[in-house]
Write a new protein. Structure first.
Length: 107
């Protein structure tokens, strides 16, 4: 996913990528062939933190991979599909709630 941060009078705002969009961007920069195991994915991408929400919360790639029920991924799409529910669960579990959402609307 990606969102544009609020504009604060400056130039054009940049897109913030998180979840599978952030991972997909990283996959473009590495040489990873499929099918690939969890270990091969980690070897290619490293165990860096992946942002899973617009607030900047992160999870280690190894942790996200462990939360899937797969040990091998047949394609890039298969990898992203397996990780999508993991990122969504993390994103919704750290949601600020109604009060936090209302505060975010105020300047």
């Amino acid at each position: 996913m990606g969102v544009r941060p609020p504009a604060n009078g400056g130039g054009e705002a940049e897109l913030i990528e998180f979840g599978i969009a952030a991972l997909d961007a990283r996959l473009e920069d590495v040489d990873l062939s499929f099918p690939a195991t969890r270990e091969e994915v980690l070897a290619a991408l490293g165990d860096d933190a992946i942002e899973y929400d617009a607030a900047g919360h992160t999870v280690a790639l190894s942790t996200a991979l462990e939360r899937t029920d797969q040990t091998e991924f047949s394609s890039e799409r298969d990898l992203l599909n397996a990780l999508h529910p993991v990122f969504e669960d993390l994103r919704t579990s750290t949601a600020p709630g109604l009060l936090g959402w209302l505060r975010s609307l105020l300047p």
